[in-house]
Write a protein that binds this ligand. Structure first.
Ligand code: NAI
Ligand code: MG
Length: 339
């Protein structure tokens, strides 16, 4: 039977890079059925709301979605659609791998780091956001629960075991944020004790930033709270040639949504120059996720990854951010030719 995937093209560069990923999935012979759904600015214009019920229903039915970046209007008091989606489906784990590709413009060639970002709590829970009526003060609440901290660190260690990884770095700021980050660290340490075979390392978030930039090879899996994970994962993208090379999976018990780490890139939208690899790598993550039940999917993931490697290493037909001058479509075509 044909598997159905919910596809959200998204805003800005979204539709072009999502289309690129779909073309590659098809060319690799994945044989998916795609249910297209709107969200973001595009949905607001078409349906008068940022996140239509039909989109939520399609994600719930298919359980798997591939999603382009969404623009949340800053004015108008809208809550972020990404945050809403993550909360609605309880997608508590955000899995963001960065791996060096030979041929990208980056200072390192041996980076292989997975950031596991807690995705529903922390500074992004949306709780307690207030602005004084005189506009002279503002507040936001950070929330850490034992349950939330435990399930995300468990997720990180289980991934380490499953993928044969050696080390988990727990990233925190418990010296200053004693209540929230303090609880996170305490719970993470308890979980770490259950995995004596995995090396555990604790590091304060500011030191992590310095060390990532100088010695990325010292990191394997990073587990941290929402805000730190957001920032660190963009930093990690910078270690491997930029946001165009960084995918992210939002994983819950029922549903998983695969996307790029970056946003809708309004500065380059509509020019056919965006790097589609972020969403192609997200599609690879999706295949690997499905591959837990279906070995064939795992093989497709490998096939696509090696075609990407070959195209980027060759370097003649890559997008601007990778040092070339090919369009999104030409780059995609070159990857397809290398499948
Ligand atoms: P951005 O991530 O869209 O762009 C940052 C920089 O990276 C820009 O210079 C952009 O041109 C470049 N870039 C991003 N993706 C690229 C690609 N595939 N190829 C080549 N260059 C690429 O961040 P920005 O501009 O701060 O945010 C724009 C919008 O995106 C905002 O409305 C924000 O809310 C939204 N956003 C959505 C996310 C999501 O849907 N998951 C995540 C982050 C931001
Ligand atoms: Mg971000």
């Amino acid at each position: 039977t044909q598997r159905s995937i919910t596809v959200i093209p998204g805003d800005g560069i979204g539709p072009s890079i999502v289309e690129a990923a779909i073309r590659i999935l098809d060319a690799a012979g994945c044989n998916f059925h795609y249910d297209y759904a709107d969200a973001g600015l595009m949905a607001l214009e078409k349906h008068g709301e940022l996140l239509p019920q039909r989109t939520l229903d399609l994600i719930a039915n298919n359980k798997i979605a591939l999603k382009g970046p969404l623009t949340t209007p800053i004015a108008g008091g809208f809550t972020s659609i990404n945050v809403s989606l993550r909360k609605h489906f309880n997608l508590y784990a955000n899995l963001r791998p960065v791996v060096s590709f030979e041929g990208t413009k980056s200072r390192f060639d041996n980076v292989d780091i997975i950031t596991i970002r807690e995705n529903t709590e922390g500074m992004y829970s949306g709780a307690g956001q207030t602005r004084a009526s005189d506009n002279n003060s503002a507040e936001a609440m950070s929330i850490v629960t034992r349950e939330g901290a435990e399930r995300i660190t468990e997720f990180a260690y289980q991934l380490a075991v499953k993928e044969g990884r050696k080390k988990v770095t727990i990233v925190h700021k418990a010296n200053i944020l004693k209540s929230t980050s303090g609880l996170f660290l305490e719970v993470a340490r308890e979980v770490a004790l259950r995995y004596p075979q995995i090396e555990t390392n604790e590091m304060i978030v500011d030191a992590v930033c310095m060390n990532l930039v100088m010695y990325p090879e010292r990191f394997d899996i990073i587990v941290t709270t929402n805000l730190f994970g957001d920032i660190i994962s963009d930093l990690c993208a910078g270690l491997i040639g930029g946001l165009g090379m960084a995918p992210g999976a939002n994983i819950g018990k029922e549903v998983a949504i695969f996307e790029a780490v970056h946003g809708s890139a309004p500065d380059i939208a509509g020019q056919n120059i965006a790097n589609p690899c972020s969403v192609i790598l997200a599609a690879i993550q999706m295949l690997e996720h499905l591959g837990q039940q279906d070995k064939g999917m795992q093989d497709k993931a490998e096939l696509i990854r090696s075609a990407m490697r070959k195209t980027i290493k060759d370097g003649t037909t890559v997008t601007r951010d990778l040092g070339g001058n090919a369009s999104t479509t030409e780059f995609t075509q070159a990857i397809i030719a290398n499948l």
